[in-house]
Design a protein around this ligand. Structure first.
Ligand code: 4AD
Ligand code: MG
Length: 432
């Protein structure tokens, strides 16, 4: 039996006869020697066909191949310092699976609009596959970290009967004669499961009908949301630090090659080690004013540019706490020392990537929560189940949401969030 191997594992098969299955990236004819660059999803490898005989049958097969044709090849893995990756395959068997007609994405560079329209094919590029592998590694690292800390995964519904994060970005849909909304956050449900299991997290797609067209916003994005009974704000800030450090360490440990493909300078990532700096909204505001670069009035939310200005002087993720209650969600616990502020945290990624985490301590007092629901113009009726959590064994509890795509964009240092997810959903962008 000839082993069918992944290119990633080639080194372990040096000198052995193997089979590769993949697609042609490009090919080159140098007379007696034909070169193919093959990708199989795990990596790319140069394959060569050599013969003194111009009528060598494999040469005819080679001549039919085109960019993105699929094939099976067999040959011997040889160490070759000149070959990309240090190994090449010396081919003795070449079997096309499908000959592709002219491929729309040529090797010349295309504009973003064209690439987005061909996202289903663009994903095959070396750069996009590196990002997708890192995204998968980040998700796995998050799960491993949360599981190892004793948090239980409890999935939240996507179709919901009430808003979680304000009504302006709600996606409404019909639900058998009623209105339903696509989930903006799994948090409220995580609060319920936290009262059952103590430490939980949700991990799933969330939706915001954001009218903003920025390099940080998606309409559909994935969020991991821990919720922790009896925990206070500082407990979840600690948790977020260790989580981010573990995720970055995993990518550095396992995905150096992919970071190299992305030309990602890893020096800033090596610095992502706790403790991270923590400042209050008021302190952030001082930094903002001192910069002279922002005219955001005190009391308003920090915009993306404000976050970049404030975080510029830090080389690690920056936790900003104690925002004004007026600009935050209804469920956040007021600060006892200054009830106009809430016990919340936004974690701002370094290198200008903005907010990657938003979290808070939650109101656990029934009457206060009822009052906040009214003040925010929300329906008390649809929140009865949520209020029940404050009626039966209510405890202080805290949690946060980590945006996966913003985390991927930061770690990979992508210029735009659209490359951080296989099929981004953005304003006016639903196809493919
Ligand atoms: O700050 P947000 O809105 O917080 C919540 O939804 C809370 N309910 C989370 C919780 O406490 N359980 O969103 C959390 C994170 C942001 O920090 C950001 O990383 C990401 O979700 N996010 C977005 N990512 C991409 N596109 C958007 N439109 C996003 N909106 C939020
Ligand atoms: Mg937020």
């Amino acid at each position: 039996m000839i082993p069918w191997i992944s290119i990633r594992d080639a080194a372990a098969y040096a000198g052995r006869h193997v089979e590769l299955r993949g697609w042609i990236i490009n090919q080159r004819d140098s007379g007696r020697i034909k070169f193919m660059l093959i990708r199989d999803g795990s990596g790319t490898m140069q394959a060569t066909i050599w013969s003194k005989d111009p009528d060598f049958p494999l040469f005819q097969t080679f001549a039919r191949l085109t960019q993105e044709s699929s094939l099976k090849v067999r040959g011997t893995i040889q160490a070759d310092p000149r070959a990309p990756g240090g190994f090449e395959l010396q081919v003795d068997h070449l079997e096309p699976v499908h000959i592709a007609p002219e491929y729309p994405i040529a090797r010349k560079s295309h504009g973003t609009a064209f690439l987005m329209k061909h996202r289903h094919l663009w994903l095959r590029s070396q750069r996009q596959t590196a990002i997708l592998r890192i995204r998968a590694a980040i998700i796995r690292a998050i799960r491993d970290f949360m599981d190892s800390r004793g948090f239980v995964l409890t999935d939240a519904p996507i179709l919901t009967g009430n808003a979680a994060e304000g009504t302006t970005t709600l996606f409404e849909t019909k639900y058998f004669g009623e209105s339903a909304y696509l989930s903006q956050s799994g948090q409220l449900y995580a609060e319920a499961t936290a009262m059952a299991l103590g430490k939980v997290y949700t991990f799933g797609p969330t939706f915001r009908a954001e009218k903003s067209k920025t390099r940080r916003h998606l309409i559909e994005f994935w969020m991991m949301e821990p919720e922790w009974a009896f925990a206070e704000l500082s407990d979840v800030i600690d948790l977020s630090e260790h989580l981010l450090a573990a995720v970055v360490a995993r990518v550095l440990d396992k995905h150096r090659e992919d970071l190299k493909i992305l030309e990602r300078d890893t020096a800033p990532l090596e610095k992502i080690v706790p403790p991270f700096p923590r400042i209050t909204y008021d302190e952030a505001f001082e930094l903002l004013k001192a910069s002279g670069e922002s005219d955001t009035p005190y009391g308003e939310d920090l915009g993306g540019t404000d976050e970049t200005i404030v975080s510029k002087s830090f080389d690690r993720p920056l936790a900003i706490t104690h925002y004004p209650a007026d600009i935050k969600a209804f469920y956040m616990q007021p600060d006892a020392a200054d009830p106009k502020k809430v016990l919340c945290v936004d974690v701002i990624a370094p290198e200008g990537y903005g907010e990657i985490i938003g979290g808070s301590q939650r109101i656990h007092d029934l009457e206060l929560l009822e009052q906040k629901i009214r003040e925010h113009g929300l329906s008390e009726e649809v929140f009865q189940w949520y209020l029940d959590l404050r009626r039966f064994g209510s405890v202080p509890h805290s949690g946060f949401g980590l945006g996966i795509e913003r985390t991927v964009a930061w770690i990979c240092k992508l210029p735009h969030i659209r490359e951080s997810i296989p099929f981004p959903r953005m304003l006016y962008n639903l196809y493919p």
